[in-house]
Design a protein around this ligand. Structure first.
Ligand code: CTP
Length: 426
């Protein structure tokens, strides 16, 4: 029998990979799956229930008696789900499930659930290879539990071997396949790379052009600016542009018409995005004026140089002859692209700024929210290998009412989270 609008219950256990569960939730939601989350207390040491509550718009419980409105919560969770996916699944939780131990909400629900159980293990290589873990896996497999094999590689503990949580995409696809096997039909906004009809019958609408940002205009600033000292030297910073490019890519994939004003970076233009390449802060301001005026959403993720040499030379300054000019460079302030444009913000337009901070992140973000005239500030710590150049980022979304802490996640996932937040504001 075919069932539409399936629900996947995602069990999150105490593991460094717990933050990836946020991306799993997003991936399944994009495919049109309703997600609920149940987590262990140890998982909450890595990602708080508030994050999952915000992502799923569903209550998220940890304790057996957390929900006063539902005294037998484990039974309702178990009955409501079409698939129970535990990702990441620690050796401890796997052992409990194998032996029928039910000492918290997650394991009690696992015992009570009759829906297919899918486990995506993640642990240290020695724990993974331990005879006890292998025996538990064998027992569970015999009972029909599906596994999404852990990958091999560098593990958070420093060891190298099998134990890494499988790729998020693989987990999402396998879960969708299990839904298809049991006759569940999902119709979501999954990207055009997904087959229109999956084996087993689950169908997807190809919503590549009809995403939730269809009809919206988005402007993004990204990368550093460079401010010439002379014909070969300049002042700049370490921004790689990855965050802004991820936002532009995600917005285009969700159907928006996107203009990306980019400082010099080593990144390819995202597909379907109109890229305007600039050098200096003043170039960036000039290039952003029109796209800003036309935009519904403007995201200022560029690391604009605050200062520029007052008198750049149009030839190469030479040691000796130009020692005076080289030893003391007079600097003048650059225009603030965000503050200048946000001063002319239209009603209904959503302006997102960033705050790159080495200290007092939230205090500084709150100040920038006001001084720049943004609707929301994405605050993140920079320096010592954080944010600049990396593929992941930890951020807070700060607005006039509250600050929402997001877990460490890939820049692609953060881009989606920022756009989700913007959509709620529009
Ligand atoms: N910004 C901008 N133009 C500038 C400076 C910053 O558009 N001349 C924008 C950035 O794109 C970001 C926000 O303002 O969205 C904050 O940038 P950040 O570098 O964190 O702060 P600054 O304004 O440079 O302030 P400070 O150096 O004091 O931290």
């Amino acid at each position: 029998m075919t069932k539409t609008d399936p629900t996947v219950l995602i069990g999150v256990t105490g593991c460094i990979a717990a933050y990836k569960s946020c991306e799993i939730v997003r991936g399944l939601q994009k495919a049109g799956v309703r997600c609920k989350v149940v987590m262990t207390e140890h998982a909450a040491e890595f990602v708080g229930p508030t994050t999952f509550r915000a992502l799923t718009h569903e209550p998220v419980a940890m304790g057996l008696f957390d929900d006063p409105s539902d005294p037998i919560h484990h039974i309702s969770l178990a009955q409501e789900c079409d698939v129970f996916l535990i990702a990441p699944c620690t050796a401890n939780v796997m052992a409990k499930v194998a032996h029928g131990i039910a000492d918290d909400l997650l394991t009690t629900t696992a015992l009570a659930a009759t829906a297919p159980l899918v486990l995506a293990p993640a642990m240290n290589v020695h724990m993974y290879e331990a005879a006890a873990t292998q025996a538990n896996m064998g027992v569970l497999r015999e009972r029909g539990v599906r596994f999404i094999e852990a990958g091999e590689g560098y593990l958070a503990c420093g060891d190298v071997g099998r134990g890494r949580l499988a790729d998020v995409e693989a987990i999402v696809r396998r879960t969708l396949d299990v839904l298809a096997e049991i006759g569940c039909v999902v119709a979501g906004e999954e990207s055009a790379t997904t087959e229109a009809v999956r084996p087993g019958g689950a169908r997807f609408e190809d919503a590549g052009a009809q995403g939730d940002l269809a009809g919206k205009r988005v402007m993004v600033t990204a990368g550093p600016t460079v401010e010439p000292i002379d014909a070969v030297r300049y002042i700049s910073n370490h921004s790689s542009g990855k965050m802004g490019y991820a936002i532009a890519r995600a917005a285009a994939a969700r159907g928006a018409e996107v203009t990306l004003i980019s400082g010099p970076v080593a990144l390819d233009a995202p597909t379907g995005v109109n890229v305007v390449r600039v050098q200096s802060a003043r170039d960036m301001l000039a290039a952003a004026r029109e796209p800003f005026a036309a935009s519904d959403i403007a995201v200022f993720s560029a690391a604009v140089a605050d200062l520029r040499p007052a008198h750049p030379a149009d030839r190469k300054l030479k040691k000796g002859a130009d020692d005076d000019a080289l030893s003391s460079i007079e600097l003048v302030e650059n225009p603030d692209v965000l503050a200048t444009l946000a001063a002319g913000k239209r009603a209904g337009q959503c302006v997102v700024g960033f705050a790159a901070e080495t200290n007092d992140v939230l205090d500084n973000a709150r100040k920038k929210l006001v001084s720049k005239g943004a609707d929301v500030i994405v605050a993140n710590e920079v320096g010592e290998g954080r944010a600049f150049g990396t593929d992941d980022n930890k951020a807070w979304l700060v607005d006039a009412q509250e600050e929402c802490e997001l877990p460490l996640m890939s820049k692609d996932a953060l881009a989606e989270a920022i756009l989700d937040d913007v959509l709620r504001r529009l």
